[in-house]
Write a protein that binds this ligand. Structure first.
Ligand SMILES: Nc1ncnc2c1ncn2[C@@H]1O[C@H](COP(=O)(O)OP(=O)(O)OP(=O)(O)O)[C@@H](O)[C@H]1O
Length: 785
């Protein structure tokens, strides 16, 4: 501002040049137009569109007279650019002012030459006037337009001018060579010289410095001039000039005039250039307008800057808004997460509360458990002591047990030996008793209160094997009736009062023989209704009335249980068949029943092991008495029963109940197999008495045949005949291995106590006595290979 004010004051002092410049600017509105740059280089030509900005102002030709470098302008911006333009205008104004001042000085000099007090001659004065007039007129003449200005030259000139201005004028003044007229001539007027303007300016400066400097400076300048002009000196303080000096001065003035002309021409050129550049804006705008415009530009610049900042702010705002949206989204997400976490936290808190509750409960329980554990610890200690004591006791017991085991082994060994001995003795006894024994059982007399018909049978007291049959006879001499007593001796005679239990007690030894591996056969023989079935089967539903079969079964299973302690195990298989009219029926086969011709039952004997089998027979393994009872009930249903005149329940067939007993001793590895036959023979009544006929007659004949065959076999065995007629009947053939030397046979002869049955009873007793008289030899034990 200070510099600008200074320039303004200078402009005030030289109104004319300022006006010229102002008018020039006002007449050059195009200066304010924005240049249309065809090239960005400083050497390119620039055109100016109708706009203005700082860049344009920086490159306008006016700057050629300002101390501005184009690079400075290009590098400047904003207010600095405007300031440079203003400074250049001020510099131009100052130059113009200097020129005016020069012109004024020259006028003073001319006045001084015209002043009589000076020694300047009128010719000199005239010359000065002549010299001054064109210069003054030239300053007053309107600026002629310059067709074209080489910008490159302009810029170069500007650079030179700047260099000149930047350097100290004083230093340049001291340069003698630069003010040489010769040099001025060659450099100043060379149209293509790049140093044209600078030289001109240099000359101008030297000139003005020389002519219008202070007295001290003038002296120095004069000295310089004198040196360049063969020591011609000029001093303003010297009031008297001699002629030579005047001549020299005159020449000097001429040179000055020439120089002035030159300077004026150059200035004119510069002014023309400036006028050309400043013509439109200078014509329309004032400096104030420019300033206003500059302010406006500054404002626009600020506005642009503000817009740019606003744009940046908007951009930033958008970014911030976007960030805010993202932040909002994140906040919403975080809010959801927060809600979830709060729910989880609530659940966790609830869980913690529950867990704390459980922990408290567990703690209480733990305390209780600790107390129990403490108590248990003491109890455990007591128990440990007890265990130690018991262990000691156990050890003692182990020793005792070991001793007892040894004793037991010894006892078992002894027991086996005893058992072996028992069996041997038992067999010996059975052999001594006979391998075929006959028991007689007299049925109770249902008409007698005591059941005993003493008129027919007499059982002598003190005997159990004798029965006397009282049979009335008519004497041949006198014709008087008499009682004939016939005594029959058997192995055992059971009277009418004998119970099922008493009968079985004596036959149980045979059961034991079956378990020892012997074939045994127990059969009942007697007329119909004599009590055969009662003795062999009895009433299964009444335990006291159960016959030999159920009691044998019970005896077998109880004996098996006892023998198991001695290492014996048994497998029991059950068969139940009948022989009806010399035909074998399977009573345990409910499908075939009777008269089933599809199955053929054939009796086969194994001569090696004396085992008899019947083909296609149903074999039922039994493990307990109940199973046997069920089989007996089943067989009773299928048994052929025919109503006869003698006994409505008379059996018309032979029934054979077989138990195959297979034993194995794990200790001795001994194996045994015995077959127990319990046979209920059909009634042996005579055909004439029974009154049967037809089919039943045939049945009776078959029954009698089989019973007769049985007697024949026993007779043959008793007579030790070579041929034993086993094959005469199915019954004898079936019992081939059960009657004879390889078996133990027990025959029950059942007797009816009734007088009407006396003849049949006597016949049965005779048959039984015949059997009882037989020696069937020594029974052999059946062994399984
Ligand atoms: N010792 C006895 N004690 C009591 N009742 C008996 C005795 N013996 C036989 N009875 C009875 O006499 C009847 C005939 O006996 P049982 O049926 O046993 O004769 P049976 O010889 O088998 O005749 P059948 O040859 O016709 O079969 C039966 O009612 C039976 O209960």
């Amino acid at each position: 501002m200070e510099k600008r004010q200074l320039h303004s004051s200078q402009l005030q002092q030289s109104q004319q040049p300022l006006n010229i410049i102002t008018n020039t600017i006002n007449s050059r509105p195009s200066l304010l137009r924005k240049p249309t740059t065809t090239s960005t280089t400083s050497n390119d030509r620039i055109s100016y569109p109708p706009s203005s900005d700082s860049k344009f102002i920086q490159q306008q030709p006016l700057l050629t007279n300002a101390d501005i470098k184009l690079e400075d302008i290009e590098n400047s911006s904003g207010n600095s650019g405007n300031n440079i333009l203003k400074n250049s205008i001020n510099n131009v104004s100052m130059q113009i002012s200097q020129l005016n001042s020069s012109h004024h000085s020259r006028a003073l000099l001319m006045q001084k030459r015209n002043n009589p007090t000076t020694n300047i001659r009128p010719t000199v004065k005239k010359k000065l006037d002549d010299t001054h007039k064109p210069l003054a007129s030239n300053f007053k003449k309107p600026v002629a337009p310059i067709s074209k200005l080489n910008n490159t030259s302009m810029n170069n000139n500007n650079n030179k001018i700047n260099n000149f201005n930047n350097t100290n004028n004083t230093n340049n003044i001291n340069s003698k060579n630069d003010i040489s007229p010769t040099q001025n001539t060659t450099k100043t007027f060379s149209p293509n010289s790049s140093l044209l303007n600078s030289s001109i300016k240099f000359e101008k400066s030297n000139f003005f410095s020389t002519m219008y400097s202070s007295p001290t400076t003038t002296t120095t300048s004069s000295t310089i001039i004198n040196e360049n002009n063969n020591n011609i000196s000029m001093s303003s303080n010297n009031s008297s000039f001699d002629l030579q000096q005047q001549h020299a001065l005159h020449e000097r003035m001429n040179k000055i005039d020439q120089f002035t002309q030159t300077v004026r021409g150059n200035l004119q050129t510069q002014f023309d250039n400036i006028s050309e550049q400043l013509k439109p804006p200078r014509l329309s705008l004032s400096i104030q307008d420019i300033k206003t415009r500059l302010d406006y530009e500054e404002k626009n610049k600020e506005v642009e800057k503000v817009k740019l900042e606003l744009k940046n702010v908007l951009q930033s705002f958008k970014e911030k808004e976007k960030e805010l949206m993202e932040a909002h989204y994140k906040v919403s997400q975080l809010s959801l997460i927060k809600d979830n976490m709060e729910r989880d936290l609530q659940q966790s808190n609830q869980t913690i509360l529950d867990l704390q509750h459980e922990i408290r409960s567990s703690s209480l329980k733990a305390i209780e458990v600790d107390e129990k554990f403490h108590n248990m610890t003491s109890v455990t200690k007591d128990l440990d002591d007890e265990i130690i004591r018991l262990n000691q006791l156990v050890n003692q017991r182990d020793v005792e047990i070991e001793s007892l085991k040894k004793d037991n082994r010894d006892l078992l060994e002894k027991s086996r030996a005893d058992e072996k001995l028992r069996r041997k003795l038992h067999n010996t006894i059975q052999e001594l008793k006979g391998n075929i024994r006959v028991f007689c059982r007299i049925r109770p007399d249902f008409s007698s209160p005591d059941g005993l018909n003493g008129n027919v049978f007499n059982l002598p007291p003190g005997t159990d094997n004798l029965v006397e049959v009282k049979s009335p006879t008519i004497g041949s001499f006198n014709g008087e009736a008499s009682i004939k007593k016939t005594a029959f001796t058997f192995d055992r005679v059971f009277g009418p009062a004998s119970t099922q239990e008493m009968v079985f007690e004596d036959i149980s030894q045979l059961v034991q023989s079956s378990l020892d591996g012997y074939n045994t056969c127990i059969f009942t023989y007697g007329q119909t209704g004599s009590g055969k079935t009662h003795s062999i089967l009895g009433d299964l539903k009444v335990p006291s009335q159960r016959g030999m079969i159920p009691r044998t079964v019970e005896k077998i299973f109880s004996s098996i249980q006892e023998l198991s302690e001695k290492g014996w195990t048994y497998q029991i298989e059950c068969f139940f068949l009948e022989i009806y009219n010399e035909t074998i029926n399977d009573l345990l086969n409910t499908t075939s029943k009777n008269n089933n011709n599809d199955l053929k039952y054939e009796i086969k004997h194994n001569l090696e092991n004396n085992v008899t089998t019947v083909t296609n027979m149903t074999v039922v393994p039994v493990t307990n008495p109940k199973q046997v009872y069920e089989l007996l009930a089943l067989a009773n249903k299928t048994r052929s029963v025919a109503k006869t005149l003698c006994n409505e329940r008379s059996s018309r067939s032979h029934t054979v109940f077989q138990l195959k007993l297979t034993g194995f001793n794990q200790q001795s590895s001994e194996r045994t197999q015995g077959l127990l036959n319990l046979i209920d023979l059909a009634g042996s009544e005579r055909v004439s008495r029974s009154g049967v006929e037809g089919k039943q007659l045939k049945e009776t004949q078959a029954i009698n045949k089989s019973l007769s065959s049985l007697g024949d076999v026993i007779s043959a065995l008793a007579n030790k005949e070579q041929h034993i007629p086993y094959r005469n009947s199915k019954l004898t053939f079936l019992l081939q291995n059960s009657i004879g030397g390889n078996s133990k046979t027990l025959m029950f002869v059942n007797i009816s106590p009734e007088l009407k049955d006396l003849q049949e009873s006597t016949s049965s007793l005779r048959f039984a006595a015949k059997v009882n008289s037989c020696e069937l030899g020594v029974a052999r034990k059946q062994k399984i290979i």
